[in-house]
Design a protein around this ligand. Structure first.
Ligand SMILES: *Cc1c(COP(=O)(O)O)cnc(C)c1O
Length: 378
């Protein structure tokens, strides 16, 4: 398909090309200086004494979080309902039961602490909260409900790279924060992620899980710091490689500027969408002490509008759009699972439409999308 405006475009130039070329020339492809530097600079961005462990994907980070917390058979984990399937899958794969918590309202699609409160059971071990579209959850209320019931908080910060709540970076509130650097995220490396913890014990566990539970790294042996290794506990191979870490470093330099550009585009969208009948905007009023990072641009179509027709209408005008997200209850793998009722999230799943957003988008592209949306609704 030859789109006039794609949903997303990479924010890359020759600097990314050069960063990868430098790694190739160095002949050191995994767990080296680039990875160390990426971790330390990502941790510095986060502050709060957070330590960052670079991994192969956001899903890997979520899986490691469940394993590090010791979540297993008989346990329950409460997950934001309007999200990508990864968090629910990892809960299931460690043998625990995922329970979905609804969105707070048709304006605030983040997890509803009151619904978490209703769904907490004796077996509940953790909450996985997503900062949908890069809009931070109300962290005071989420933290309170977790503290009251002595359950762990894991942040799925895949959308929230650089977003802050009351001056504090998303991903630094939970016991573990999980970031994704998948192609279409605010920081792109292709496949990659970050496991973040403030408690050194959780970092130690994360590092064991990342690399086979081994006591030393290949680099230590290469540099003569160790000749062999022990295996201290069972682990996986969830390592990132140097090429991706090098991409991550360049992308980290661009993050603040890219997020600011996204914010300007979102403001321009808001102004025009406000004037289109039949379309509303979630997270329309963000408190002044909350700084979203605008990962995607979601809108909500009024009841009775045929979304499939709107998507086709946009496509016919060369505009790519998407849906974030289909209801998890509808997926075949979860059709027979009691995930809990989430009427607001399911309503949003039926009516949500995601419009193109990426830092390289021109102001005039926003205008084109809005005009095309008006035409598609007519
Ligand atoms: C992208 C994403 C993930 C998974 O990250 P990967 O790096 O693709 O494994 C998890 N949760 C959310 C909300 C995401 O958007």
């Amino acid at each position: 398909m030859d789109w006039k405006i794609q949903l997303f475009k990479l924010n890359y130039d020759e600097r990314e090309v050069e960063a990868v070329a430098r790694v190739v020339r160095s002949s050191w492809l995994t767990m080296g200086e680039q990875t160390k530097e990426f971790e330390s600079r990502f941790a510095a961005l986060l502050g709060q004494g957070a330590q960052a462990t670079a991994v192969s994907s956001g899903t890997a980070a979520l899986h490691m979080a469940m394993l590090a917390l010791g979540v297993g058979p008989g346990d329950e984990v409460i997950v934001s309902s309007l999200t990508f399937i990864a968090a629910v899958n990892v809960v299931r794969l460690v043998g625990a039961r995922a329970v979905l918590a609804d969105c707070r309202s048709l304006e605030d699609w983040n997890i509803d602490p009151a619904d978490v409160e209703r769904k907490v059971a004796a077996k509940t071990r953790a909450v996985i909260a997503v900062h949908y579209a890069g809009y931070p959850c109300a962290m005071d209320e989420v933290e309170q409900v977790c503290a009251r019931h002595r359950i762990a908080l894991v942040e799925d910060s895949a959308h929230a790279i650089g977003a802050t709540w009351r001056g504090r970076q998303c991903g630094t509130f939970g016991t573990v924060g999980c970031f994704s650097f998948f192609t279409n995220k605010n920081l792109s490396v292709g496949e990659g992620g970050m496991y973040v913890a403030r408690d050194p014990e959780f970092t130690r566990r994360g590092r064991m899980l990342r690399s086979h539970g081994m006591s030393t790294l290949t680099l230590d042996r290469h540099e003569g710091r160790a000749i062999s290794y022990d295996v201290l506990e069972p682990g996986l191979n969830y390592r990132i490689d140097e090429l991706r870490a090098a991409l991550g470093l360049v992308q980290l330099d661009r993050l603040t500027g890219a997020n600011a550009r996204r914010g300007l585009l979102v403001a321009r969208y808001h102004e025009q969408i406000d004037r289109i009948p039949g379309v509303s905007i979630p997270f329309r009023r963000v408190p002044p002490d909350v700084k979203p990072c605008y990962h995607i641009y979601p809108v909500l179509l009024d009841r009775g509008i045929d979304r499939t027709k709107v998507i086709a209408g946009l496509r016919n005008q060369g505009i790519q759009s998407s849906i974030h997200y289909p209801a998890i209850q509808r997926f075949s793998a979860y059709a027979d699972t009691a995930l809990g009722a989430t009427p607001i999230a399911n309503d949003v799943s039926n009516r949500e439409l995601t419009l193109p957003l990426y830092p390289g988008m021109a102001d005039s592209d926003v205008d084109l999308v809005c005009d095309a949306l008006k035409a598609a609704l007519a």
